[in-house]
Design a protein around this ligand. Structure first.
Ligand code: ABC
Ligand code: CA
Length: 485
């Protein structure tokens, strides 16, 4: 599927080992042990209804290839980011038939499959830590490369401001080095290009999340992307738009890390959080990224960062943050477990087993919240044929705790004040959003507000909840959202 196809979708990210077991069992899972807990592709198949019922129509799964076996100085490869043989699958997650079954089960439900892929490195346990590189590894394990000359000379990344270091030195450390592939070597490059082409076709993959993209030279990516032939979104882990921007030329887009940091900071520091930084970062990204921000992956949690609720548990704030990915320009991504209120901190604590929630959706306000947001975005797409190609814009507010984002038919009002605060937003008639005496519905509560005779709008509220306003007219033909409107 193309980037344009993906813009209509929303993505549920799972850590395959931590989502569900195919046999329906619910073993304990101590995240601090960094071991496999048993989740697999059959488990995902069994719980696609849970995902689809919340309104998601795509999933992103952990890397699928065979990883380093057994234990390492940092535990087992349960997350899938330590590839060892790219031509076999990780049998902890299932067989080739299981992965094909997952792909076809998704497609039968009209859903897409995004696979996480690692191209930057392979991993083997050091055989003898006292020996000197390249003798330190059994290269026969690293397939299909099988020799030290397929890798950059060992050195660990020490200076993130030196791009050659970032690209050609190694991630990890001497306890568990991530052997950095020599992606300047044409044999290595050709192997990776044909590997990705084959992976996508063999398992009917619809899109790729490209791990460690900033650790490979930029001009590696255009041919990688064309061999993939599907939507590619790169992980450029950085808070800086200018650094990330060039990667949106070789790949379709990037995970929207710069905005993520701004959103995280704005909502986890009480009312001193800087809301206007969100406006700045989004505007920069809209200006600098190829295709603006339409193809970015928009997220507020993932497997590498502490969950929002490890920092802030005020449910009004949590709902504000969770609203963000659904109302801005990018493709929304929800990290599994956020809907269940999970609170894990830094890696590895943020990789809790979802089965421990029982997949329960009753009396789960965040599940309801996500469901409404997905439904509202679907309705916005069908009501306004230019929704997906209209840039989000910001209407400046006098309160530093308030943010107003317009992306017609959405007007989203956010606040970092929390549940005991009151907030107010005002939209001047000069914003040109509304005509006089128009009825708008907050789809999160189904409450209505009415614009003034000049089309201006003032809203005050207590309780610190977000508001997603849509013109009543935009809802009139919708089955599920505030259906009495
Ligand atoms: C292991 C341990 C962890 C430990 C970590 C250092 O090592 O388990 O406890 O904290 C996988 C596993 C991890 C494992 C690693 C290493 O492998 O999931 O559990 O961590 O063995 C991707 C994936 C990630 C995966 C890998 C490896 C890569 O999403 O899940 O990790 O395939 C760098 C990479 C990035 C990578 C990330 C983990 O490390 O660039 O691709 N993620 C700065 C650098 C970033 C760097 C980041 C973290 O630090 O610029 O390049 O990411 O080290 C912003 C700044 C940024 C700054 C951030 C922190 O702050 O703008 O520049 O990022 O404001
Ligand atoms: Ca590299």
């Amino acid at each position: 599927a193309s980037a344009d196809d993906w813009t209509k979708r929303s993505i549920y990210q799972v850590v395959t080992d931590r989502f569900a077991l195919g046999n329906g069992s619910s073993p304990s899972c101590d995240t601090s042990q960094r071991n496999y807990c048993g989740g697999n592709w059959q488990g995902i198949i069994s719980h696609l209804d849970y995902i689809q019922d919340m309104g998601f129509d795509a999933i992103w799964i952990s890397p699928v290839v065979e990883n380093v076996q057994g234990t390492t100085s940092e535990g087992e490869a349960y997350h899938g980011y330590w590839p060892q043989n790219i031509n076999s699958l990780n049998t902890n997650f299932g067989s080739a038939d299981d992965l094909k079954s997952l792909s076809s089960a998704l497609h039968d439900k009209g859903m897409y499959l995004m696979v996480d892929v690692v191209v930057n490195h392979l991993v083997a346990n050091p055989t003898n830590t006292s020996s000197v590189w390249p003798e330190t590894f059994d290269y026969s394990l690293l397939q299909p490369f099988g020799g030290s000359n397929s890798f950059h000379t060992q050195c660990f990344i020490s200076d993130y401001n030196n791009q050659t270091d970032v690209e050609q030195c190694w991630l990890g450390d001497s306890g568990l080095p991530l052997l950095d592939l020599d992606t300047e070597n044409s044999t290595v490059v050709d192997t990776m290009y044909s590997w990705i082409k084959n992976l996508v076709s063999e398992y009917s993959v619809d899109g790729l999340r490209v791990d460690t993209a900033k650790h490979i030279r930029q001009d590696f990516w255009p041919d990688f992307a064309s061999n993939a032939g599907v939507y590619t979104v790169g992980e450029i882990l950085i808070g800086n738009v200018t650094y990330a921007a060039p990667y949106t030329k070789g790949l379709d887009s990037v995970l929207d890390y710069p905005t993520y940091y701004a959103v995280y900071d704005a909502f986890t520091n009480g009312t001193s959080g800087n809301m206007s930084a969100i406006t700045d970062l989004v505007t920069q990204a809209q200006d600098q990224y190829n295709h603006g921000t339409f193809y970015v992956g928009s997220f507020v949690e993932n497997q590498d960062n502490p969950r929002i609720q490890s920092t802030v548990t005020d449910q009004s704030i949590v709902k504000n943050v969770m609203t963000w990915p659904f109302i801005n320009d990018g493709i929304p991504i929800l990290y599994y477990g956020q809907e269940q209120g999970y609170q894990g901190g830094n890696d590895p604590a943020n990789r809790e087993a979802l089965w421990l929630s029982g997949f329960n959706t009753d009396n789960k306000p965040l599940v309801t919240h996500v469901k409404t947001l997905n439904a509202a975005r679907k309705q916005a797409i069908s009501y306004n044929s230019s929704f997906l190609t209209t840039k989000a814009s910001f209407i400046s507010q006098s309160s530093t705790s308030a943010l107003a984002v317009s992306k017609p038919p959405f007007l989203t009002l956010l606040t970092n004040g929390g549940s005991s605060s009151s907030a107010s937003w005002s939209i001047p008639s000069s914003a040109g959003l509304y005509s006089g005496s128009e009825t708008l519905v907050d789809v999160l509560t189904c409450d209505t507000v009415t614009t003034g005779s000049d089309g201006s709008l003032s809203v005050s509220a207590s309780g610190g909840l977000p508001k997603v306003l849509m013109p009543a007219e935009a809802l009139s033909k919708s089955g599920s959202l505030c259906s009495s409107q």
